[in-house]
Design a protein around this ligand. Structure first.
Ligand SMILES: Nc1ncnc2c1ncn2[C@@H]1O[C@H](COP(=O)(O)OP(=O)(O)OP(=O)(O)O)[C@@H](O)[C@H]1O
Ligand SMILES: CC(C)(CO)[C@@H](O)C(=O)NCCC(=O)O
Ligand SMILES: [K+]
Length: 244
């Protein structure tokens, strides 16, 4: 069994796999990292490998402490990946984006793929049918937009996500919800339309913390899977051990 851990900028997500089978998912904060991993290992005593993809600011040492009991692997730019990286600055490409691109390449062979990860940031990643990773886009995620409005103005309150009544907001809160939520959805649909103008066929995979909310609202057909990064991490690791 392997334990995969995705360290994002907001939360940590972990999952236990045996082959392709996902047993359980865990979500926790950085503060509770070690305690949670200990609990997972207590529950799943057959875990032999810990596989980490991190874009967050968690100390490597927090994971290295587990070296006494299992093998610890940090997915890094030096690993083998199933795509050709055409990014002009491959070393600065986020490991989470590389893992998503691997998952898309492995799960959806021989086709153009667009991966949209709506997390702390929203990222777009495009891998063409010849398995060239081309790049994409990075923008603030949904929650970050609410926070930015509040943090960088004097008068705007910090609101929690709420579906806007209409695109014409008739109060401060409705204006904020419309700007953030409708703006987010229009932006994503707009990006997808740009990709469509360049590539007649591609599949769209949607993942990240805002998957369920977005899946209902986008006009395009998508594969919505909030566990796609965890599944891709498992597949990236299987690919790495076969190819290293
Ligand atoms: N319990 C929660 N805590 C924080 N964000 C949540 C929660 N539930 C849903 N969300 C939504 O998920 C988004 C954050 O996504 P996610 O948790 O995937 O981010 P993350 O942990 O930083 O991961 P990544 O760095 O991979 O984006 C926010 O925009 C927020 O609207
Ligand atoms: C964009 C984020 C923050 C998304 O999690 C992460 O992939 C990252 O830190 N990327 C580095 C920059 C890049 O991907 O080009
Ligand atoms: K993200």
């Amino acid at each position: 069994m392997i334990l995969v851990v995705d360290v994002g900028n907001t939360r940590i997500k972990a999952a236990v796999f045996e082959g392709a089978t996902l047993f359980e998912i865990f979500v926790f904060s950085k503060m509770e990292l070690q305690k949670n991993i200990e609990n997972i290992l207590e529950k799943f005593q057959n875990v032999t490998d810990l596989v980490i993809s991190s874009v967050g600011d968690v100390e490597k040492q927090s994971f290295l402490d587990f070296k006494k009991v299992l093998k610890v692997h940090f997915i890094s730019h030096e690993d083998s990946f199933p795509f050709h990286n055409c990014y002009a600055t491959p070393k600065t490409l986020g490991i989470d984006r590389m893992v998503l691109a691997s998952g898309a390449t492995i799960q959806f062979p021989k086709q153009n793929r667009l991966v949209i990860d709506a997390g702390t940031c929203i990222t777009y990643d495009f891998i063409d049918e010849k398995d060239n990773y081309l790049g994409g886009a990075i923008a603030p995620g949904l929650r970050l937009r609410y926070e930015a409005l509040h943090n960088y103005t004097a008068k705007l309150p910090l609101l929690s996500f709420q579906s806007p009544e209409d695109f014409i907001g008739n109060s401060t809160s409705e204006s904020i919800h419309s700007g953030v939520v409708n703006g987010f959805v229009y932006e994503i649909d707009g990006f997808i339309d740009e990709y469509k103008a360049r590539y007649p066929n591609f599949i769209i995979i949607l993942t990240g913390g805002d998957t369920d909310f977005l899946a209902k609202r986008l006009k395009n057909t998508i594969f919505a899977n909030s566990n796609f990064l965890l599944e891709s991490l498992n597949q990236t690791f299987q690919y790495k051990i076969k190819n290293d």
